[in-house]
Design a protein around this ligand. Sequence first.
Ligand code: ATP
Length: 550
Amino acid sequence: MSSEPPPSASAPPAAAAAVDDMSTDLAATTLSKKQAKKDARKAEKAEKAAQRQQQQQQAVDADDPFASHYGDVPVEEIQSKAVSNRVWSQVGDLDAAAAGRTVLIRGFAQAIRPVSKKMAFVVLRQSMSTVQCVLVASANAGVSTQMVKFATALSKESIVDVEGVVSLPKEPLKSTTQQVEIQVRKIYCINRAVPTLPINLEDAARSEAEFEKAEQGGEKLVRVGQDTRLNYRSIDLRTPANQAIFRIQCQVENKFREYLLSKDFVGIHSPKLIGGSSEGGAAVFKLMYNGQPACLAQSPQLYKQMAICGGYERVFEVGPVFRAENSNTHRHLCEFVGLDAEMEIKEHYFEVCDIIDGLFVSIFKHLTENCKKELETINRQYPFEPLKYLDKTLKLTYEEGIQMLKEAGTEIEPMGDLNTEAEKKLGRLVREKFGTDFFMYRYPLAVRPFYTMPCYDNTAYSNSFDVFIRGEEIISGAQRVHTPELLTKRATECGIDVNTISSYIESFSYGAPPHGGFGVGLERVVMLFCALNNIRKTSLFPRDPQRLTP
Ligand code: ATP
């Protein structure tokens, strides 16, 4: 890369405009001479600094025969200069079977504990795993006191390479996940973290129980607030619980795809920049699109239905969903990951319910059986009871739900939506009566969007349902209207300008199979499966009405 400044950088624009070609040339020559002098001075300085560093290093080397066993690795060494073919170990793989082996690992320096001039511990962390590295000054091991000093002077969270021999500790280790130690032979710092971090990882990783215990002992521990965590998310994400949460999230997404693919669904991608709004309503982010008003998609709804009209039979999509509602709640984001599916049905929307049943039971089973380490890790910081679910998901009708709430002292307005409190209460009642935290709930039409198919015998009702985990909604689903006449009627009744969705309605005039589908919020599923108290904990970089960065 050139170190020269851009040609116009040092000439003010007004002056530049006033001079003719000749004087421009002269000015340029004068400037480039000045620049050349400046560059020469800079180069001289850099050379002297390098010489000084070399002399210092030589002095250290003369003083320390093991000086090459430690140090800061200059960035040029890791500028894709060479491939060494060294073999790297994963911290999480280090166990008793590795005892006696020489290993090479890279990790964050989570803790640095000097013991004496001749001894120190460095705990290295890789995702959810930590290992204790021991430095003991000894000529046999090739470790000098200067090397111990170098290690103890490292800043926490620096990136460090350690080469050493795996050994078994005399007593079980309490502060690391791995029950082996590494007797350090070489230690290099790849990138130093600033000495004082805005968040102390230990503080960010504490459970409520630890705070309580400390308080009982008269100690006041630092609490890291949600906003501070999110402001410094790249540090906050390193806590074991956060490492586990987003691994769980990845598994949910993966299983969603895997299961639907196994049922012959086709993955699609619908546009996120759209002309009209996706579903009607005001909750859209507006923008200008090449001079015409547009908005960000508040769901892939209309497009996944048009894909069904396009003959794909069964489709799914995993993609961003944008909602401009000013909902400052624990479960609403302005951007979330939508897991959507749409499918042809032969005669009943229960065909959609059956897919949801199989899909979610398979996701829950997978998490429980294959993500034990992640779930235990989350549990340590945020304890939760495992999700209760049935092999065949419970379907509750609106009346049954209302009746259960009524019996428990909560009255719901006729045909009304349940508010958050009522939903949570119903969740508790269902758990007590049916032994499940996961159930489907059929809804009346008044609270459903225009594209929802009304019920055949009572148009006050719709062929739609919500699905709940621990009393909070994670899925909305329904049979959709598949005739253009009924769609136009329902859109008009719902106050939607049909001109804004004319191409959508039109697609139902060319032959449209009966169909239904559902939409899930990925962050909500993870939040509720793990009984976390805030959706911001399950969004990598959350977007809410107040937050647009980082
Ligand atoms: P809610 O009543 O909770 O506001 P909704 O009825 O508006 O949700 P739908 O439009 O039916 O939700 O969306 C389907 C699913 O998408 C919801 O069940 C939920 O899991 C998720 N979801 C909806 N809105 C949000 C949001 N603002 N933030 C995060 N997830 C959301």
